[in-house]
Design a protein around this ligand. Structure first.
Ligand code: IMP
Length: 216
C-alpha cells in the first residue's frame, strides 16, 4: 500500500516525506497521470476532502490532500478559500499580492492581522477518513520582504518572529508552517492506517479496522 498525494507540488511532497518513515512510498497524483477535481468547496476542509476522496477512489490507495490559504481579519476572512485565484484566473502570486495590498490601503498595522490556514485530509481505500488543521498567525505588511517561499509569504510577518515567511529558510518554514502543523496532526493516524493495510498483506488476514475515528 502506498500513499498518493493529491497535489503536484514538490514542496508539499517533501514536507510529507520528511514526516513519514523513509520506507513509505509516496507518489503524487500527477505522477500517476491523475487530474485533481475542481476546488468548489466553501471551506478548506471541504476542498481537502474533495481532492482526497477523488484520488482514493481513483487509485484504491491511501490519499492525502491539503487545502490552504490566507485569512485577513480586516477583509472578513478573504481571500480564504479563494487565495490562489484572489485576483482572477490564472493564479498569479504578484497580482494576488498587489490586490491584497490595494484592499488594505489605509488599514493600520494593528488591524492587519490574519493567518495562514491549512487542512490536511486523508481518505483510505475503504473510505476511512480523517483530517487535521494547522494555522499560523501574523500581520500583513505594507511592502513585501524576503525572497523565499511563494504566494503571500513576502507580505506575511509571522507573530513573534519579526520575519516574514519569505525570510525563512525552507526548513524553518517547514518547521512552523500551517501546512506542516496540519501534516503533523494526521501523521500518527496515517501511519496506523498504512500499517493496518500492510499487516493484512503480510499475514493474509483481514485485520483492517473498518473505521478510524479521528477528529482534530
Ligand atoms: P493551495 O492549497 O496549495 O492550493 O494554496 C492556495 C493558495 O493559498 C496559494 O496559491 C497561495 O496563494 C496561498 N498559500 C497557501 N499556503 C501558502 C504558504 O505557505 N505561503 C504563501 N501562500 C500560501
Amino acid at each position: 500500500m502506498r500513499i498518493v498525494l493529491a497535489s503536484n507540488n514538490q514542496g508539499k511532497l517533501r514536507e510529507l516525506k520528511d514526516l513519514l518513515s523513509s520506507d513509505v512510498e509516496i507518489m503524487t497524483a500527477g505522477e500517476l497521470g491523475l487530474e485533481l477535481p475542481e476546488e468548489t468547496g466553501a471551506t478548506f476542509e471541504e476542498n481537502a476532502f474533495l481532492k482526497a476522496h477523488a484520488i482514493a477512489e481513483a487509485t484504491k490507495q491511501i490519499a492525502v490532500a491539503d487545502d490552504s490559504g490566507l485569512e485577513v481579519d480586516a477583509l472578513h476572512g478573504a481571500p480564504g478559500v479563494r487565495s490562489a485565484r484572489f485576483a482572477g484566473e490564472p493564479s498569479d502570486d504578484a497580482r494576488n499580492n498587489a490586490l491584497l495590498l490595494a484592499k488594505l490601503t489605509g488599514v493600520p498595522a494593528k488591524q492587519r492581522t490574519g493567518r495562514f490556514q491549512s487542512v490536511v485530509a486523508v481518505v483510505g481505500p475503504q473510505g476511512e477518513a480523517f483530517s487535521a488543521h494547522g494555522s499560523i498567525e501574523g500581520e500583513i505588511l505594507e511592502e513585501p520582504r524576503g525572497s523565499g517561499g511563494f504566494g503571500y509569504d513576502p507580505l506575511f510577518l509571522i507573530d513573534g518572529y519579526n520575519r516574514t515567511m519569505a525570510e525563512l529558510s525552507l526548513d524553518e518554514k517547514n518547521a512552523i508552517s500551517h501546512r506542516a502543523r496540519a501534516f503533523r496532526g494526521v501523521v500518527e493516524h496515517l501511519t496506523a492506517l498504512l500499517n493496518t493495510y500492510n499487516d493484512c498483506r503480510v499475514d493474509g488476514t483481514d485485520n483492517r479496522r473498518s473505521h478510524i475515528e479521528v477528529e482534530t
